[in-house]
Structure formats: C-alpha cells, structure tokens
Design a binder for this molecule. Structure first.
Ligand SMILES: [Zn+2]
Length: 278
C-alpha cells in the first residue's frame, strides 16, 4: 500500500464528509416508514480508488465487485423499506476511519461490509463472514446463513476477528467475504451480474432475518461469540498509520488477545487478509 497518498486521502475524506451530508438527507427523505423498521443499514463496499483490494497480480478487481454488490444491496434493502447509507457509492478511496465514522453517526443502525477474498492458492474458495462484538453475532449468523446457503461455494463459517471496521463500529457490524476472486469458478460467478444480484439478495435476506435466523441457529448449533474463536489480529491501520497515533494501543490489544485466539482451520486466506482493509 503506498504511503505517500495520505494527503490525497485527507482530501478525499473531506470531500466525502461534505458529500455524506447530502447523501443521508436524500435517504432520509426517501425512507418509507415501516416494513424494514426504522433500521438504517450502512453498506460498506470494500476498497476503492487506488486500493483495488485482493492480492498483487489479481486479475479480477475486488473494488469493482464489492461496489456492484453494495449498490445492488442498497436497491434491495431500500425496496424493503430500510434506510440505506453507503460508505462509498463510486470508485473512490475512503479511509477506514471515515467508514467507521459514517457507521457511528447512526444510532439505530447496522453495518454490512462487503468484500471478496483472495489467496495465492487458486483452489482456495468459499464464503466466510466476520463479526467482532457480541451483539454483531446474530447479524453475522443470519447473513452467513443466507449467503453461504445460496452459494455453490464451500462454507468457511462465521469467524470472529478484530478487523478495524468491526472493532471500531459501535453498532452491530459484519464483514462478508463473498467468495474468492482468485478461485477460477468463484471469480467467474462473481463476474456475472445475476450472481452479484443473488449475493445482494442473500445479504438482504440476512439483514431482514437477523433476529429470527440467529435464534433458530443458536438452538441447533449453539454458536456464541465465546464458542467462535477470535482469530489472529491483523492490523489494517498500517495503511492509515502515517501519524502513528493508534499503533501503540493496537499492539497492546493484539498481545492481550493472543491468549484467547486460536489458528483458524483454513488459513489460506491470510495472503488476501493482509491486503484487505476491513
Ligand atoms: Zn477486501
């Protein structure tokens, strides 16, 4: 990740904040009263701008896939009566801190971050969904239930990890990895509009069913935030760390968490995780 673009990022984020004002007003006006309840869904399309996502040399651009699914999800949820806010709605770079600030500016809200995975091994594949806080587990379980259930890919399960956008958001927050763009068959699917539409609809089903699905799952699988191990901490703030403000605290937390964390079953996604922004 280039570090000489900090100035540009600041500029981009101030543009975004200005833009955000108009965006949220527009959505507020449009939001129907009931059906989707008064819940606001903050949709976060991973990466953007000079940050393509994925791993070096990856042919399918993650940032384009995440944005397209996010925009489809926005339409689907808006049609169900949800108030929807996008952390980005075009091909721009948005710092993680700005994404979190957007999420945290809404109270009765949930945060859904959309990503695609990548690995050096082309055979690596599947769907995985991340959460961090206890109150995010029902949403993670429900989103995963639908996305993994509706995909021909393997199920890599719900996982707990302290990604920046999951740790710093004050509202229920999930990050869904909608398949591996480095896997030929999953990449082929991701490049079809109909599959991206399906992904959006499955994520929306998870959002709508986040209370009922979660309670149904806990009776059968007894998944709790304690029974899902915390995965090794990855410091994504290194991208925005030019100021060095957060590094000390992050490391401290990292050490503390190591005690309770354990290695995930399938670790081939780690190559992609390092580049992933959250
Ligand atoms: Zn990503």
């Amino acid at each position: 990740m280039p570090t000489n673009l900090y100035g540009f990022r600041l500029f981009a984020s101030s543009l975004l904040i200005a833009f955000l004002g108009t965006l949220s007003t527009a959505h507020a006006k449009r939001a129907p009263k009931d059906s989707g309840s008064s819940t606001t869904v903050v949709i976060d399309a991973g990466h953007g701008g000079y940050d393509r996502g994925g791993i070096p040399g990856q042919s399918v651009s993650e940032k384009e896939m995440t944005l397209d699914v996010a925009q489809r999800l926005k339409k689907t949820l808006a049609a169900s009566g949800y108030r929807v806010v996008m952390t980005r709605d075009s091909d721009v770079f948005i710092p993680l801190g700005t994404r979190v600030a957007i999420a945290n500016s809404y109270s009765n809200a949930i945060f859904v971050s959309i990503h695609f995975n990548s690995a050096k091994r082309s055979g690596a594949g599947g769907i995985e969904t991340y959460f961090y806080s206890r109150e995010s587990l029902p949403l993670a379980s429900a989103v995963h239930y639908f996305v993994a259930g509706g995909a021909p890919s393997s199920n890599r399960n719900v996982r707990r990890r302290g990604y920046y956008v999951l740790r710093k958001t004050a509202i229920p927050a999930v990050l869904v990895e909608c398949g591996f763009l480095t896997n030929p068959s999953e990449a082929a699917l991701a490049q079809t509009a109909s599959y991206r539409q399906k992904l959006a609809e499955e994520i929306a089903a998870g959002v709508r069913g986040r209370s009922s699905v979660a309670s149904a799952l806990t009776t059968t699988r007894v998944a709790t935030s304690e029974s899902i191990p915390l995965q090794p901490y990855i410091d994504q703030t290194k991208v925005a760390k030019s100021k060095g403000r957060r590094s000390k605290r992050s490391h401290k937390k990292s050490t503390r968490r190591k005690k309770s964390s354990s290695k995930p079953a399938g670790s081939e996604a780690k190559a992609g995780s390092k580049d992933r922004e959250g």
